[in-house]
Design a protein around this ligand. Structure first.
Ligand code: GLA
Length: 672
């Protein structure tokens, strides 16, 4: 259970910013929260200026009243530490707190997140504020969980100011110990970059030409660590005051700047913010599913919390479509279906002023009783009450995608043969499994892979010997690996591995790559499987492969390398390793992946019509089968031998059931 104080209820509520409203509105807020079944609200995220209006003055009275009111109404609080946006007095007095971009521009006060992660002054003031909050609210009956800061690095993914430069040098000293080691790792013999003093080193800000790639990669690692230090600083304070209150910070899914995997052990549970674009519902559900899977996989043995989503439209895309009726519910239950124990929103009441006034809230600008969105919120709240029994149950998958933030950072640095969108490629492969209702986790290549049958490694460009060895021994012991083009090209220093790529996977794959042909937009090639009559289009990238034991499943049919392998398979130990040397069209990918899952004998929990999502959550004494109809048509679902009660309607479901458009069924199944 992630929230002992909520007992076995799914967390339901949203960011609550009462400081934006007169106190007279608060009474109505809690009345409507109760009406909607809200049991948790996130308070204080952007309230630093209200809590500390000047350097020496703190004003907690208003927050005391908010928390007391919520407690009196049995509404729990996810208390934010308010450090996400330093108040204007702080940055006016200590401008060194402000972050500096790669171009040397100091980002001014007036929006939010206006601090450098390495600022000593910011750290001092943030610690002081958190210490006061922790002491004051440690025993407050409304306190359910702590929410540290907010979406770290979202707007300021890096800083090049003086504090950052100083901290970067200290980080490098600690990592390398000597300048000789640093010069070697950074390959500074190239372009006369050898460093003789630590003070000669700067963050990779704007330079005349490509900056040193290892320096850039180290700067990304350093920046991740700098933000993590901020989190750790607050965490230590909270732990001292409230060792039993769970702590989180809200992640953002496929967010490049932070290696969330390095954070996950410090969070009691993973929470994240999901904002798929309503203008393309099928892309939205794929994106949300991949996000839930990535986030869940960071702590696979605990449910996660959807900390923020929009009740309808957001305000920050060029065009912001609302969610049409039913979609908010469907996406909320999708989060639960994929392992979430909380469905939260940004925000409770839509703001009247400021940059987010056109962002939907659970309460819109119109009266609650006149609001379509609020009616849907209320209906969802009452349904979620019926789903409390699923809390604590887990999603268990047999397929994993190897996904590494360091590989992501490295492959997208400049000066590469072509442009690779690492996360998009991983998500494209995820989408195929999603469409088949085959559950997928995301793992680090060094992870214990014993629970998986199949591991997919998309463009795993940076791969060290140890992690390559881990993937190879997974195959040796009977697993199936599918690696794709531009994998295993560099080690962790971003030095090319010589002697044929993908260096540390060569044995398992039974091949080596000599060179590659990246295509510009609009250029493509074709490839053909075995004796198939039709061929398939491929684009973006072609690796030129030499077989060394593997068998070609498909070959390119065009360009100067026609006849060379486009997809291969190799027996290795007790397992098999596939290689995909290009980016195929949908039909080509389908042929290959269908063969792979057939060999691995993977099947979805239930065969359903396209557009219906099926997942299973497992508890010690039951299984929960989720069926979500994402289409605009009723779906006929043959349950076969599966029978069970729908937790939402209470009906016994068996035989063939009709699932209306946008509708969801959650069946409790007896254990087999
Ligand atoms: C993020 C932030 C919120 C809000 C929403 C708007 O998730 O955490 O404060 O700005 O975006 O979508």
């Amino acid at each position: 259970m992630i929230f002992p104080r909520l007992r076995n209820a799914i967390a339901f509520g949203g960011d609550y910013n009462p400081e934006q409203w007169p106190e007279s509105v608060w009474q109505e807020d809690v009345r409507l929260m109760r009406e909607a079944g809200v049991n948790l609200v996130t308070v204080g995220v952007f309230s630093w200026a209200r809590l500390q209006p000047s350097e020496k003055r703190f004003e907690f009275g208003w927050l005391d009243r908010v928390l007391d009111l919520l407690a009196a109404n049995q509404i729990g609080v996810c208390l934010a530490t308010a450090t996400a946006s330093p108040p204007p007095w702080l940055t006016a007095r200590y401008p060194e707190v402000l972050p500096v971009t790669a171009d040397g521009v100091r980002l001014q006060v007036g929006a939010r997140q206006n601090y450098s992660p390495s600022s000593r002054v910011y750290r001092k003031f943030a610690s002081a504020l958190v210490t006061k909050m922790a002491r004051r609210y440690a025993r407050h009956p409304a306190l359910v969980t702590w929410h540290i800061n907010n979406e770290y690095a979202c707007h300021v993914p890096e800083c090049h100011g003086p504090d950052s430069t100083r901290a970067f040098r200290a980080w490098l000293k600690k990592k390398y110990g000597s300048l000789a080691a640093l010069n070697n790792a950074w390959g500074t013999a190239f372009w006369s970059q050898g460093y003789g003093q630590w003070e000669e080193i700067f963050t990779p800000s704007r330079a005349p030409y490509h900056s040193n790639p290892t320096q850039c990669l180290d700067f990304k690692r350093f920046t991740n660590d700098a933000f993590l230090e901020l989190y750790d600083l607050e965490l230590a304070i909270l732990r001292r005051a409230t060792p039993d209150i769970p702590v989180t910070t809200n992640f953002m899914g496929f967010f490049k700047a932070l290696d969330y995997r390095s954070w996950s052990s410090r969070l009691d549970y993973v929470s994240w913010d999901s904002y798929p674009d309503p203008s393309d519902e099928s892309a939205a559900r794929r994106a949300a599913a991949a996000g839930h899977d990535l986030m869940r996989s960071l702590k696979p043995d605990r449910p996660f919390v959807l900390m923020e989503q929009a009740a309808s439209a957001v305000n920050w895309r060029p065009v912001n479509m609302p969610k049409r009726p039913g979609v908010m519910r469907l996406q909320s239950l999708q989060a639960v279906a994929r392992g979430g124990d909380g469905v939260m929103f940004f925000q409770w009441r839509a703001s009247r002023a400021g940059a987010e006034k056109y962002h939907s809230g659970m309460l819109q600008h119109v009266a609650a009783e006149d609001s379509r969105v609020f009616a849907e919120v209320k209906a969802l709240g009452s349904e979620l009450k019926k789903l409390g029994v699923v809390t604590g149950s887990l999603v268990r998958n047999r397929v994993a995608i190897a996904f590494d933030w360091h590989a992501w950072w490295a492959v997208e640095l400049e000066s590469k043969p072509g442009r690779i969108d690492y996360a998009a490629w991983a998500q494209q492969l995820h989408a195929w499994f999603y469409a088949q209702n085959l559950g997928v986790d995301f793992v680090h290549p060094s992870a214990d892979l014993s629970r998986y049958e199949l591991v997919v490694a998309p463009a795993l460009y940076l791969l060290n010997e140890k992690d390559g060895g881990n993937l190879q021994s997974f195959v040796e012991r009977g697993g199936t690996l599918l690696a794709t083009y531009f994998s295993g090209v560099v080690d962790e220093m971003e030095h090319a591995v010589c002697g044929g790529y993908p260096a540390y996977l060569r044995q398992a794959l039974g091949l080596w790559v000599e060179e590659w042909v990246p295509y510009p937009e609009g250029r493509s090639n074709r490839f053909r499987f075995g004796r198939a009559r039709a061929d398939h289009r491929c684009d973006h990238w072609c690796d030129l492969v030499h077989l060394d034991g593997a068998q070609a499943l498909a070959v390119f049919t065009g360009d100067y390398f026609a006849g060379r392998p486009a997809a291969t398979r190799h027996h290795y130990g007790k397992g098999a390793a596939y290689y995909l040397a290009t980016r195929p069209d949908a039909a080509g990918l389908d042929v290959l992946l269908s063969q792979v899952i057939k060999e691995v004998r993977l099947a979805p929990p239930l065969r359903v019509p396209a557009g219906v999502e099926v997942t299973v959550r497992e508890a010690a004494d039951a299984q929960f089968l989720f069926l979500l109809n994402h289409t605009n048509e009723p779906a006929k679902i043959a349950l076969g031998l599966t029978r069970g009660h729908d937790l939402i309607t209470g009906r016994l479901l068996s035989g063939t059931v009709q699932l209306p458009p946008c509708d969801v069924q959650v069946m409790r199944l007896p254990l087999k």
